[in-house]
Each structure stands twice: as C-alpha cells, then as structure tokens.
Design a protein around this ligand. Structure first.
Ligand SMILES: O=C(O)COP(=O)(O)O
Ligand SMILES: [Mg+2]
Length: 234
C-alpha cells in the first residue's frame, strides 16, 4: 500500500473559488486514521497550512511555498530550501517593469513567507517569464491559477517530496501525489503514483500516471478511493 499521500491544496481539494470540498476532508481523515501519512503540499505559507492541517486533522507534515519549505509534523524543524532574496530581487525587476505600464503588483502574504514570492494574477505570466528570461534571472515563474509565484531554479514540490520522503524513512515510490497545476508537475513525477485532477492543464495531466474523471475535490476523492480501495469498501 502507498504509505503517504501528498496532496496539493488549491484546485485539488478546493474548487475554483477556494472552497474546500468536505468529502475530501472526510477522505483525508479516513487515510490518517488508517495510518497513512497525509502531506499537504501548496504554494501557500506555513502559517496558513498549519491552520488547515489542524482543522482537517493531519499531523502537520507540509510542503509549503512550492517546495521552498517543508516540515515533518507540527513540531518538526522547518527546512528552508528556497532563496527568498533571489526571488525578491527578481520581483523588484518585474515590479518596476509593470509599474512603467501602469500595473501595480500586489504581494501575497509577504510577511509570512520564508522562501518564495507570491503575487496577484493581474499580469500575464508569460510576459513575466519573458522579462525573467531576457534578464537571465535565476528564478522560475509559476502560475498556479490562484497566484503567480517566483521560485529559485531547482526547488519545487518534487524536490521537497524527495527530501521529505527521506525524513519519513520511506521511498518516493511508496508515495502518491495529487495536483492540479503547473506547480505540481515535479511532485507528480517524483511520486510512485502521480494523479492529476481533471481540471488540470494538459501539461500537468501529461505528467500524471492517472487523471480523474471528476474535477477538483471530486477528482481527489475518486483518486483516493481508486488507490486505497480497501479503506473505502466498507
Ligand atoms: O498558493 C497558490 O498559488 C496555489 O496553491 P496550491 O499549490 O495549493 O494550488
Ligand atoms: Mg493547486
């Protein structure tokens, strides 16, 4: 049996408007009560995810800031593998570029972030990518559908999944990962089983071993039932 489930949050256990799917919460609790480690893996901040883990009922093992941070259990040490200084320097270049066009970039949760930079989707991510490329800045632009993030190259949810697997004493092949967006691609590849929910873009779907029929939280529940049939047959 797959020993751990690593799940994205926004767009995977929530709908497009970020309302959490209550059947997904129930499914996660069934896994946790059966001894499966459930890891929430998001672009979001540690403090946001801590509250979410408490209320859903996991042990607080998380991957945050798109792999820039990860931690085993609520009381574990927070590992910071991103480099926020580099991301902030790139953000300043983007901020100045878009300011000249009369567009103001709105940072998300800056005071709560350790490793990456996130801001509102009021610009075209591809235009930001072109600026980053032209200026040879060592960051990647990620559009999650909920925010735009800047992350240093070589850090993503997949690298964090592998490192976390080491801390948990299990192999990535014994893990299942579920996601909905381009920030999930590496973790879908890194895990033994990678699942994309139906609302995921084509590139994310093609990185998955299996794609659900249902969208958002319904797709999540479908995947959990498919890969853990014994836990849901009663
Ligand atoms: O923080 C975001 O932009 C999206 O978060 P997610 O990785 O949970 O989908
Ligand atoms: Mg998502």
């Amino acid at each position: 049996m797959l020993k751990a489930l690593v799940t994205d949050v926004d767009g995977t256990i929530t709908d497009r408007r970020r309302r959490i799917n209550t059947a997904a919460i129930e499914a996660i609790r069934t896994l946790v009560d059966s001894g499966i480690t459930v890891v929430l893996a998001s672009g979001n901040t540690v403090c946001f995810m801590d509250g979410l883990c408490k209320m859903i009922g996991t042990d607080g093992t998380i991957i945050g800031e798109n792999g820039g941070v990860y931690r085993r259990t609520f009381s574990g040490t927070l590992n910071i593998s991103g480099d926020q200084k580099v991301c902030l320097a790139a953000f300043e270049e983007l901020r100045d570029y878009f300011a000249e066009k009369g567009i103001e970039l709105e940072l998300f949760g800056a005071q709560y972030r350790f490793a990456d930079v996130a801001f509102a989707r009021n610009i075209d991510a591809d235009e930001a990518r072109a600026i980053i490329r032209d200026r040879h800045l060592p960051v990647r632009v990620l559009d999650t559908g909920f925010a735009i993030h800047l992350q240093v190259l070589g850090v993503n949810k997949g690298t964090a999944l592998r490192e976390l697997a080491g801390e948990l004493g299990i192999h990535p092949d014994e893990m299942m990962a579920i996601g909905d967006s381009e920030n999930d691609i590496e973790m879908l590849r890194a895990a033994g089983v990678g699942v994309a929910v139906r609302n995921a873009p084509a590139l994310t779907q093609s990185a998955a071993d299996w794609v659900s029929q249902g969208m958002y939280g319904e797709g999540f529940v479908e995947a959990v039932k498919k890969y853990y049939p014994d836990l849901f047959s009663r």
